[in-house]
Design a protein around this ligand. Structure first.
Ligand SMILES: NC(=O)c1ccc[n+]([C@@H]2O[C@H](COP(=O)([O-])OP(=O)(O)OC[C@H]3O[C@@H](n4cnc5c(N)ncnc54)[C@H](OP(=O)(O)O)[C@@H]3O)[C@@H](O)[C@H]2O)c1
Length: 291
């Protein structure tokens, strides 16, 4: 299978490309940050030309505007990338008969549900970022019937800025850590999500999927686990969201239930505790190798 990955220089995109290549697939990338050939996913002519040239069998669409707080004051830019850009990629795919797998977020929900969210529950984003991602989901659904929309959450990976790296770096510098204890969600390792995305494009029924590592936790408990796995003695102080005001509102509880994955007979992702252990180990190995 020939794959095209948008946002292939981002945190998730890099792991999708690495795993797809390791599985023997041909992979091409499309990213605005690509110095060799920057392509803006909101430019229909440029994306069409790339699709004609690369002729992929499927597209995994990871490119996005992901700065959640900045999106509050840069709504138009976030909308251009997340909504218009998703429509462009989905349209160019539809024109060439190619299915698209678009990545979305738990931030499409308001977090007020007492239960984990299923794929078909009502959305109600609290933030500009969440609203633009929801618009992108809908654009993909409307532009291309051959689509998978995969919502994930609290992503971290070895090749990007992420919460676990921030915690480990801050602890190493002896900084005091205060972390919100009243927001709950599903931390997800990009390597595990990449595996599931490739399973999905290998022939899962089209539709909306939730894909996160199994189980859920608070940011505070997640931080504690990260530091414990890293062997750090640093203590984390729990705080309330109100003590850590941010421009963007975030859902209080945004656990995602993988109902569609289960129904389609695809394996659930491993528990988040195992995934973070693996992340910390690999990070340590990378740092050891770099010395
Ligand atoms: N990170 C999370 O916690 C999280 C949680 C849930 C869902 N998601 C979703 O998962 C996906 C991957 O996230 P990620 O964290 O891997 O994102 P990321 O690291 O920010 O990577 C996104 C990539 O897309 C590129 N890009 C931005 N605008 C573009 C444009 N107009 N045309 C082409 N490329 C463009 C970015 O380039 P620049 O760096 O130059 O902007 C970057 O290389 C996104 O759809 C995101 O919304 C993320």
């Amino acid at each position: 299978m020939r794959l095209l990955v948008t946002g292939h220089l981002g945190m998730l995109g890099r792991d999708v490309v690495a795993l797809a290549a390791a599985q023997g697939r041909q992979v091409a990338g499309m990213d605005a940050a690509d110095p060799a050939e920057p392509i803006d996913i909101a430019d229909l002519a440029a994306v069409r030309a790339a699709m004609q040239r690369l002729r992929p069998d499927a597209v995994i669409h990871c490119a996005a505007y992901t700065r959640v707080d900045d999106a509050e004051r840069e709504y138009d830019l976030a909308y251009r990338v997340n909504a218009a850009g998703s429509w462009v990629v989905a349209t160019a795919c539809a024109e060439t008969g190619v299915p698209i797998c678009g990545i979305s977020t738990d931030y499409v929900f308001d977090g007020e549900s007492a239960r984990p969210y299923g794929e078909w529950d009502a959305t109600n984003p609290l933030s500009a970022y969440g609203a633009t991602k929801l618009a992108g989901e809908n654009a993909i659904r409307q532009a291309n019937p051959r689509h998978w929309v995969v919502r994930t959450a609290w992503l971290y990976g070895l090749q990007g800025r992420c919460f676990p790296a921030t915690m480990l770096n801050a602890a190493a510098q002896g900084k005091p850590l205060r972390v919100v204890a009243d927001q709950y969600g599903c931390p997800t390792f990009t390597q595990d999500l990449a595996e599931t995305l490739l399973r999905i494009v290998d022939g899962a029924p089209y539709g909306t999927y939730h894909a996160t590592n199994s189980g859920s936790t608070s940011w505070y408990r997640f931080a504690g686990r990260i530091l414990a796995e890293g062997g750090s003695p640093t203590r984390v102080q729990p705080i309330a969201t109100a003590q850590w005001p941010t421009p963007a509102r975030r859902p209080r509880r945004s656990e995602l239930a993988p109902c569609a994955l289960r129904a389609a007979g695809l394996p659930a992702l491993r528990p988040w505790e195992e995934a973070i252990r693996d992340y910390v180990r690999q990070r340590r190995d990378m740092e050891g190798g770099a010395r």
